[in-house]
Design a protein. Structure first.
Length: 364
C-alpha cells in the first residue's frame, strides 16, 4: 500500500515540476516574440554633406524707376491729344495741348509793352548824355524795362503750361480724356512709367543685414509667368530698418526690355547671401513641437530622440547646424508615432527618400 502512495507522490511531483519549468520558460519566449512583433518598421537615411545657400525669400512688388501721373497746371479746352494707352513716348513729346489763344495774346501785349519800354529807355539815355533829364528818371524807365522782361517770362511760362509734354521717356497708361473736353487745373490725364527696367522692392530681415550688399543677384518669380525666373541686381539699401517689421527695405533692378513686367505686379524674390558646405537631411525627418526641433535616430535596435538646431532650408531638405553626426541613421518614415526606446526594424523604402532636386537647386 505504501508503495502505491510513493508512486503517486513521485508522479505528482513530476507533473508539478514540469508545470513550473514551463511557466518559467514560456513568458521569456513570449516576451521575445512580442518584442519582435512590436518593433516598428522605419526607413533611415544618413545625413549628407551638400552645398547649401543662405537665402532670403520675400514677397516683393514691382515699381517703375520713374513714374508720374500727368496732370494739367492750367485750365483749358483740349485742342490736341496724343495719348494712346501703351504708347511709348520720348522725353519732350507733346501729349496734350490746351487752347492757348488767350495766353498767346497776353504774351503779345507784354512784348509790345517791353518794346515800348526799351524805346523809352534809349531816348532817356540819349537825353541823359546832354543832361536834359536826371539820372533818377533814367533809372525809373530802366526799372519799367526790367518789369516788362519779367512779365514776358511769366507770360511765356503760362503759354508753355498749355502744352503738356512727357517729362521722360516711358509708356503711357489709360486715359479718359477726349479732344474738346474742358479740363480744370490739376486734372489727371494719364500715367507715365519707364518700363525698360523695373524696380523690385522687398525687405530683408534684420539678422541678415551684415551679409547684404549692392550688386548681389536677386531672382524673382511671378504667378503670371509660371516656371520662369527673372534675374536682377541689388542696387539700393535703405538707411533705416523698419521698427514694425524689423527688416531693411531694399531695391533691385530687373531688365524688362521686352515689356512683359508691369508696375504694381506681385513677385516673390529670392536673394542668395552666401554658399557653403552643410550637413543636410530630408525635411520630412524633422519633427517640430513648439519651439523644439528633433529627429529620431536608430541606436542599435531602438529609436532615440535627438534634439537638433537647423539653419538653411531648401526644397525637400533642411540643414542641421547642431545635434547630429554624419554617421547617424536618421528615421525618415514611421517616426510620427515613435518614442525614445521603442524597438524598431529598418526596412527599405525607396519612395521615402527625396529625389535629387536638391543637387539641381544648389548648383543653380
Amino acid at each position: 500500500m505504501w508503495k502505491q502512495w510513493l508512486v503517486a507522490l513521485v508522479l505528482i511531483a513530476g507533473v508539478a515540476g514540469g508545470a513550473l519549468i514551463y511557466q518559467n520558460r514560456a513568458p521569456a519566449q513570449d516576451g521575445v516574440d512580442d518584442q519582435q512583433a512590436s518593433a516598428r518598421p522605419v526607413s533611415v537615411v544618413a545625413p549628407q554633406r551638400k552645398q547649401v545657400r543662405d537665402e532670403v525669400r520675400a514677397v516683393a512688388t514691382l515699381r517703375a524707376p520713374d513714374s508720374v501721373e500727368v496732370t494739367t497746371e492750367v485750365s483749358g479746352r483740349v485742342v490736341e491729344l496724343n495719348l494712346q494707352p501703351g504708347q511709348r513716348v520720348e522725353r519732350g513729346d507733346l501729349l496734350v495741348r490746351l487752347d492757348d489763344r488767350q495766353a498767346r495774346a497776353d504774351l503779345q501785349v507784354i512784348e509790345a509793352q517791353l518794346a515800348d519800354a526799351r524805346r523809352q529807355l534809349d531816348r532817356a539815355q540819349r537825353l541823359r548824355s546832354n543832361n536834359s533829364i536826371s539820372q533818377s528818371q533814367v533809372d525809373e524807365i530802366r526799372t519799367e524795362v526790367d518789369v516788362a522782361l519779367a512779365q514776358r517770362q511769366a507770360a511765356r511760362v503760362r503759354l508753355d503750361n498749355h502744352r503738356i509734354e512727357a517729362p521722360f521717356a516711358g509708356v503711357v497708361g489709360l486715359s479718359d480724356i477726349s479732344v474738346g473736353a474742358y479740363l480744370q487745373s490739376g486734372t489727371s490725364l494719364a500715367t507715365l512709367d519707364t518700363t525698360d527696367r523695373m524696380e523690385l522692392r522687398f525687405s530683408v530681415p534684420e539678422r541678415f543685414i551684415g551679409q547684404v550688399k549692392t550688386g548681389q543677384t536677386v531672382l524673382a518669380q511671378s504667378p503670371a509667368f509660371p516656371g520662369e525666373t527673372f534675374e536682377g541686381k541689388l542696387v539700393e539699401l535703405d538707411s533705416r530698418i523698419s521698427e514694425l517689421s524689423r527688416a531693411l527695405p531694399v531695391r533691385a533692378l530687373i531688365d524688362n526690355r521686352d515689356g512683359r513686367l508691369r508696375p504694381g505686379q506681385f513677385m516673390s524674390a529670392s536673394l542668395t547671401l552666401q554658399k557653403r558646405e552643410g550637413l543636410v537631411i530630408p525635411e520630412q525627418a524633422l519633427m517640430i513641437r513648439g519651439d523644439e526641433k528633433y529627429v529620431f535616430v536608430v541606436d542599435g535596435e531602438q529609436a532615440r530622440r535627438v534634439s537638433v538646431s537647423t539653419d538653411a532650408r531648401m526644397p525637400g531638405w533642411v540643414e542641421i547646424a547642431e545635434g547630429l553626426s554624419a554617421d547617424a541613421e536618421v528615421v525618415v518614415t514611421g517616426q510620427d508615432r515613435l518614442s525614445s526606446g521603442n524597438p524598431v526594424r529598418i526596412v527599405d523604402n525607396e519612395q521615402a527618400i527625396p529625389d535629387n532636386r536638391f543637387d539641381q537647386s544648389a548648383e543653380s
